[in-house]
Design a protein around this ligand. Structure first.
Ligand code: AHG
Ligand code: MN
Ligand code: MN
Length: 354
């Protein structure tokens, strides 16, 4: 019989071999994985569990929350607040950070999450997911006498500082995808045993692809470099690229990124003219950073059109960002088109520099 490796065994062995998963981080990952299992149960119940439809509330981004957005957020908080591995959490669905209550011990890590990604797909039974990012609580200087009260500023670290990142896709299979900075591993939920089993390790994204993902309905609002890149893909074999491209858009970033990790591709959610004051639709801390970490760990690339996403110094917790990620050569090309347009500003319109 083929030997199965559980999530726990994988984490313990990684720690033994490479020493980069201290006890608190291992506990944190296991607790997040357990919370995802609970969320997946709610997702699977669907109409039978009264989890579909709107919660009739708004989040800090002004988006109407779905019942599952709220449920998933609560599950993640409840699961993570008492274990002693966390100092605080931040969520796409909460305006302020959530410090671990005083009655529990305070740990060394900060957890950020998009509890339910792809909310528009919940009610139509299309893949959705949970995305998470882990940061270390910043050291408080030895000279500081009074106890440090955690605040938003402690979370404002660049994506390159992440200790771990991952996502869970609730789709035909439930899969947990994880990086602790040493490649990307995939675990599949075995529903009969209730356990996560390693099903893929060391994932590599091909450098080249003929598949792109973008919401084409926004085409008229795009900036010139994005239009140039996509038009060239659409021109196919007869155009400057000399090959045909295929398009996929699931409208759940987790599912689009999962496809790209599995077989390559490029994903774009660029700045557009609908809301020129916003850098993009996706959120840096809960979506772009964890996905950029995973994509880079699998040999791909992730930029905001100009800069490496993981290098961006965040200014605000709920900051938004343009995203281009996936197969390296395509991301490099789309990024080059932005930089060329910056050097030749007559090609209008250009996204503002953030
Ligand atoms: P969320 O459900 O967490 O708000 O995120 C939705 C995001 C992302 O998952 C997806 O790629 C994108 O929004 C879909 O946007 P469109 O509605 O423009 O397709
Ligand atoms: Mn999302
Ligand atoms: Mn969400």
């Amino acid at each position: 019989m083929k030997k199965r490796i559980s999530l726990t065994q994988y984490l313990v062995e990684q720690q033994r071999q490479h020493g980069h998963i201290p006890g608190q981080l291992r506990l944190l990952i296991e607790v997040v994985a357990r919370a995802c299992k609970r969320i997946s149960l709610s997702v699977n119940k669907g109409a039978l569990g009264d989890v579909l439809g709107s919660a009739d509330t708004e989040n800090v981004q002004g988006e109407v929350q779905k019942k599952l957005d709220v449920i998933a957020n609560e599950v993640l908080i409840e699961a993570n607040e008492w274990g002693g591995h966390l100092a605080a959490m931040a969520s796409e669905e909460m305006e302020d950070i959530y410090a671990v209550p005083n009655r529990f011990p305070q740990g060394e890590y900060l957890l950020l999450f998009d509890p339910l990604d792809g909310s528009s797909n919940i009610d139509v039974n299309v893949s959705i997911g949970t995305i998470f990012s882990v940061l270390k609580k910043p050291e408080t200087g030895a000279e500081r006498r009074e106890p440090h009260t955690l605040g938003e500023a402690d979370f404002l670290q660049p994506g390159s500082a992440q200790a771990a990142a991952g996502y869970c896709v609730y789709g035909p299979q439930t899969t947990l995808v994880l990086t602790v900075g040493d490649g990307v591993a995939v675990f599949t939920l075995d529903r009969e045993q209730g356990s996560w089993t390693l099903t893929q390790d060391g994932i590599r994204i091909p450098d080249d692809t003929q598949e792109f993902a973008i919401n084409m309905s926004n085409k008229r609002h795009w900036a010139a470099p994005v239009t140039r890149y996509i038009d060239e893909c659409l021109a196919g074999r007869d155009g400057p690229r000399g090959k045909d491209f295929n398009m996929r858009w699931i409208a759940s970033m987790v599912a689009d990124v999962h496809r790209i990790l599995t077989r390559g591709g490029v994903f774009l959610y660029p700045w557009d003219k609908r809301e020129p004051g916003k850098a993009g639709k996706l959120r840096l801390m809960y979506e772009a950073n964890p996905m950029a970490f995973l994509i880079e760990q699998a040999g791909g690339a992730a930029t905001d059109g100009r800069r490496r996403i993981l290098d961006i110094a965040p200014q605000r917790l709920h900051e938004r960002v343009s995203v281009v990620l996936g197969s390296k050569n395509e991301v490099d090309r789309a990024t080059r088109y932005h930089l060329e347009a910056d050097a030749n500003p007559s090609s209008n319109p250009l996204p503002p520099l953030y």
